[in-house]
Design a protein around this ligand. Structure first.
Ligand code: TYD
Length: 208
């Protein structure tokens, strides 16, 4: 496949959405043909699955299966066609999220999560991943300021600490693919760093 698949990862409140919008505007103005997408979601069916996952209290294994099902739909109907068309596709989350959240956060077995996801994605791996690393307290205060339901209350801090441990393990294992960016810095600074990292990758890939 000729295109490139980039993913952005991080805990809730790490600033992924802001950074992704900025990347899209910036690279769009430079004339790059970018497709933005997200998980869970990205296609009509996957967005329907997202509604179920984010709005309902759900059994953790059912949830893990729904993430995998939504991912399959996303891979088959959006990511692979984009890559075949030589596009650069940037996704807000991918498989690393299931390892960090379902395995390290929820405590499901890693081999089970890998098994259902391998069945779903058949080996598709991002070409490059940026992990926005943020302290739990910084993420929590950002979510408070956004006046959204603060998912990072005290009860959940342990959960997010575990999710972060998952990302640290992924970073160690896939240090060639995953690049970490300190997302505690102010958002302008984080955006600049991320753009720089992506442009370095484009150079390496000889994309002009
Ligand atoms: P996200 O869209 O990043 O959250 P937001 O609504 O704040 O933009 O992701 C929704 C939630 O789903 C988030 O808490 C992380 C979780 N998630 C998993 O647990 N596993 C997964 O595989 C994915 C893709 C997301």
């Amino acid at each position: 496949m000729k295109g490139k698949f980039i993913t952005i990862e991080g805990i809730d409140g790490s600033g992924k959405s802001t950074v992704i919008k900025y990347i899209n505007n910036y690279l769009g103005k430079l004339g790059y043909d970018i497709i933005l997408t997200r998980e869970p979601g990205g296609t009509e069916i996957s967005e329907n699955i997202r509604e179920i996952i984010v709005n309902k209290k759900i059994d953790i294994k059912t949830e893990a299966l729904l993430f995998a099902a939504s991912r399959r739909e996303h891979v088959v109907n959006k990511i692979i066609p984009a890559l075949k068309n030589n596009k650069i596709i940037i996704s807000d989350r991918f498989l690393d999220s299931s390892i960090a959240y379902q395995v390290y956060g929820r405590g499901l077995k890693k081999e089970d999560i890998l098994y259902i996801n391998n069945f779903a994605i058949e080996g598709l791996t991002p070409d490059f991943t940026i992990y926005l690393d943020v302290d739990i307290d910084v993420a929590s205060s950002r979510l408070r300021n956004r006046l959204v339901n603060n998912v990072l209350d005290n009860e959940n801090k342990k959960f997010y600490n575990n999710v972060k441990k998952g990302y640290v393990e992924l970073l160690k294992k896939y240090n060639n693919r995953i690049c970490v960016v300190d997302a505690n810095k102010d958002q302008e600074c984080v955006k600049e760093i991320v753009i720089k990292k992506i442009q370095e990758k484009f150079k390496e890939w000889q994309i002009n």
